[in-house]
Design a protein around this ligand. Structure first.
Ligand SMILES: *Cc1c(COP(=O)(O)O)cnc(C)c1O
Length: 230
């Protein structure tokens, strides 16, 4: 069943790429496996899926330890500085950098492990009070500050768009994030590589792709609804 759901998502990605004249190889599907058992992740491996998203550091670490080492683990959730140590040498990218305090802490942990951590800046595109992320207006100056940290590398921007009934309502936010990314890229800031746009979830990933997403984070459409009781 997971296979069929995955193929359905992949078909929709292809369709969105075709509609917008994009090559589907430009779009990485991150299967958001949070709360789901490793047995479900293993079901997707024969299908070629290697990118998985988690939002809890200990859960990412535990799954990393059990599963094959060629998987790419994306830390997509809000991260507390005291938990960076669980994932610093396991995550391939941290999508949720939204404060200098957090960025500096990641930089220090990365230095200890002698690595450079790819990060995305989380942007609160709609100014929602309940969401993490820097405001669009602060993003450029924030990226400039991060550019001085030598053990992280800014790779682009990420957003969690508002919860809406009609995904078209989020098109404007995705478009704005893409434009912000293009504007910052044009500044050619040292140590900053504005090539990744992580946007789009189960409800709106097709619209996000049409607006330029290079990574979509899809959980429910692949794995089914999450049960937070367990
Ligand atoms: C849970 C989560 C997703 C996936 O959400 P779905 O609606 O299940 O596709 C994507 N991004 C982030 C940051 C998440 O926490």
């Amino acid at each position: 069943m997971l296979k069929e759901q995955l193929h359905e998502v992949q078909k929709k990605i292809e369709e969105a790429c075709r509609r917008s004249g994009r090559d589907s190889r430009e779009v990485t599907l991150i299967a958001v496996s949070k709360t789901k058992p490793t047995s479900m992740i293993e079901e997707l491996l024969p299908e070629g899926i290697r990118d998985f998203g988690e939002n809890k550091p200990q859960e990412l670490r535990d799954k990393y330890q059990i599963l094959p080492k060629d998987l790419r683990w994306h830390m997509i959730g809000h991260l507390q500085t005291n938990k960076i140590k669980y994932i610093i040498d396991k995550a391939c990218m941290i999508h949720s950098v939204d404060s200098l305090h957090l960025a500096e802490a990641i930089d220090r942990e990365a230095e200890k492990h002698n690595l450079v951590m790819p990060v995305l800046v989380e942007v609160n595109v709609a100014g929602e009070e309940t969401k993490f992320g820097v405001s669009p207006g602060e993003t450029l100056s924030f990226v400039e500050k991060l550019s001085h940290l030598s053990h992280i590398r800014v790779e682009g921007l990420m957003t969690i768009a508002p919860f809406v009934d009609n995904p078209e309502d989020n098109r404007i936010h995705f478009r704005n994030l893409r434009n912000l990314c293009v504007d910052i890229k044009a500044k050619n800031i040292d140590n900053v590589n504005m090539c990744t746009l992580s946007m789009g979830m189960t409800a709106d990933f097709q619209v996000a792709i049409e607006e330029g997403a290079t990574m979509v984070r899809v959980g429910t459409a692949i794995f089914g609804a999450r049960d937070y009781q367990i």
